[in-house]
Design a binder for this molecule. Structure first.
Ligand SMILES: [Zn+2]
Length: 329
């Protein structure tokens, strides 16, 4: 765990940081730290959702773009460690704290394709900027085609979408797998696995700062949430059999600190235990209010719970209650 703790300690540090011979720089007030996770893979925190990016001869591949307000700072942070053009943004959901920087960061980049920007839109029309890849539902939400006007400009929309369980690319000498996770945090979640770097960017299916946000209005569900956490556990590898090496897959959550596989196992178990308790109370015929009063999240509320704000412990319990399927999952 020392490697992981080392990363955690560094997140709060300022000025010039050096890990494994790589320098992470923080210059000037209000600028964002760039945390090296691997020789060609970096993380930016505090820009809305966490951002991960891979660098190589093909250019820069960015997972999530942070909030709109942070876009300039994110771009400056990427530029401090990468001179190559930004080729791709991959979005893990349609949440504003993960796609808010799409337009600005894509515009600063350059697509690998000269003929088409994908989704039937000519690259020239998009200014030839970086491609934006996501699950199809992200485009549906961002383009406002569910009947509401779009809250995002056209330049922020995904240019390339997918519906299959696994979308893959091979860039910068490594395989990149994008796993669609239907009906977890929302109906458009993706987790992104960089196979050689051995880093997974999880998006909001994993949030170490609170109980996972199951956005029922956007198609999230408890079964899908647990399935997504299981996918993370199954994809990651812990540092075995030589535990003392403290190596293993790194998982970047949507919010909060970097995790290893054991951290995700614990988080999955926590969510599963609370789901099981709610299911048991439902079987006993309790109403939602009675279930909330029975405190099924006890034991975990100090670490993950909240009585105020946009995602309370009761919101989490209610999301489980309302999305439990007929098999009790
Ligand atoms: Zn988020």
């Amino acid at each position: 765990m020392i490697l992981i703790r080392h990363h955690r300690a560094v997140i709060g540090a300022a000025a010039l940081l050096t890990i494994g011979g790589l320098a992470a720089q923080q210059t000037g007030a209000g600028s964002l730290e760039v945390l090296p996770l691997r020789s060609n893979f970096y993380m930016i925190a505090s820009a809305g959702g966490n951002i991960g990016f891979q660098i190589g001869a093909d250019g820069v591949v960015v997972v999530d773009s942070g909030s709109a307000a942070s876009a300039d700072a994110v771009l400056a942070a990427i530029r401090r460690v990468a001179a190559q053009p930004i080729r791709y943004i991959i979005n893990t959901s349609a949440d504003p704290d993960h796609v808010g920087g799409n337009a600005a960061i894509a515009k600063a980049g350059q697509t690998l394709f000269t003929q088409s920007g994908g989704a039937g839109v000519a690259a020239d029309f998009l200014g030839g900027g970086a491609s934006i890849l996501s699950a199809e539902q992200v485009l549906t939400r961002m383009s406002g085609s569910t009947g509401k006007p779009s809250p995002f400009p056209l330049a922020a929309w995904p240019t390339e979408t997918f519906n299959q369980p696994r979308k893959y690319m091979y860039l910068n000498d490594e395989g990149i797998e994008v796993f669609r996770q239907p009906a977890a945090h929302t109906d458009g979640d993706a987790i992104v696995f960089f196979r050689r770097s051995d880093v997974i960017v999880a998006g909001d299916v994993l949030d170490t700062t609170r109980f996972p946000v199951i956005d029922t209005a956007k198609g999230g569900s408890i079964a899908g949430e647990i399935a997504a956490l299981q996918k993370l556990v199954d994809t990651a590898i812990p540092s075995v059999p030589i535990v003392s090496r403290e190596a293993g897959t790194l998982i970047v959550p949507g919010h909060g600190r970097i995790c290893d596989q054991l951290d995700v196992v614990e988080y999955r178990d926590m969510v599963t235990i609370i789901r099981d308790r709610v299911r048991e109370l439902m079987k006993q015929g309790l109403t939602l209010d009675q279930i909330k009063a029975a405190a099924p999240a006890r034991g975990y509320t100090r670490r993950y719970g909240s009585n105020t704000g946009p995602w309370t412990t009761n919101d989490f319990i209610e999301a489980i209650y309302r999305t439990m399927n007929h098999r009790g999952q």
